[in-house]
Design a protein. Sequence first.
Length: 385
Amino acid sequence: MKHKFLLSPFIIFLIIFLIEKLFLLSSVRDYTQNWKKFEPYIYESREDLFRQLESEYMTRKQKGESPGFVFGTSRSGEIAEKNFAASKGIYLYNFSTPLASYPQHYYWIKRITDSGIKPEYVIIEHDFIMFTETSMSYTLAYSLDIPFVIQHTDFLSSDESFQMEKPFLSDSKGFEYKFAERYFLKKMFALYRYPVDFRSFSQNRKEQHFGMTGIDINRAARELIQKSNRENLGGMENTFLLAEVPEDQIEKDVEDKIKKFNLYAYNPSKTQIVFFNKIIQLLAEKRIPVILFRPMLSGPFRKKISNPVPQLWNPEAMEKKIVQSVLDRHLSSHPEASIVIFEPEHDQRISCRKFMDATHLSAGCSGELIQSLKESIGRAIRNSR
């Protein structure tokens, strides 16, 4: 064949492209990813959880049972089926994931409702951290599918109609172009999605805890994730019951989170706002009861938020304005919609307030929180009838 050499670059690229896909295998990631990195497996498990939901939905519906749902971050992981088993006729699926985002929640809510499943209620976690651009990093790497991203991306429009406090007036489909670009790069290239940590090759094989290597611990965690799907419908049980971290360590974690989410120059993501609006609109139109859950903050974090420096920095106030604007709009359009705001921070009945870090309440305190949450769920269901 004439000019064979012209094919050589293409063949070399194809070989490299195929070899690179080996880094998607969990058996390879055991050595190239830090053993403490469980987040990708939790995200990937949500597809299995959805299939489990689909397979049992009709059988349970015939028994007079219907599902409730939780969509949040790791702070909502304790809201689990085992704590709601006594709720007559309702079982609870938890689609929460670490550092979750509103595009991800909308994606799953849309898939669930489009498949013919009617939720009895939906719990949506929200706060100023979830509205940041950083909170989309795991979603773009480990969640969504290509048709969804294409359908909900503004490839050409700059959407000059967008107003932060009035996202319902926006013509935006959802994603800004830069986020779609990141998604497709991570989808196409395994090493962009799972960058190699060269230190992991040796660290993961070393004994870490209880005579187990890092690889053993990571594999055990993956089994636990699958077990939580089967037995607890996605709810993640925390084994550190009343763990409380010293305040000086929490203060350091507060500063770390402020830097990570750029809270000193807080600028909510347009994409997050648009998808939050889509979630509320969809649930209001379908008359599905909604509980908006704002998790508690640790004392040091609360102190920072309550005394902003500089004076213009107040992420919580900005986020509350956005949320209230969206709720006012859709409740005026759909007065029959039932939306209840659950803020345990202001619930005096919740006396246990030990924290494991700046934002995570100790698992041993979840009992009081869940009891109070049950009352909000009951109120949302009653208001919808």
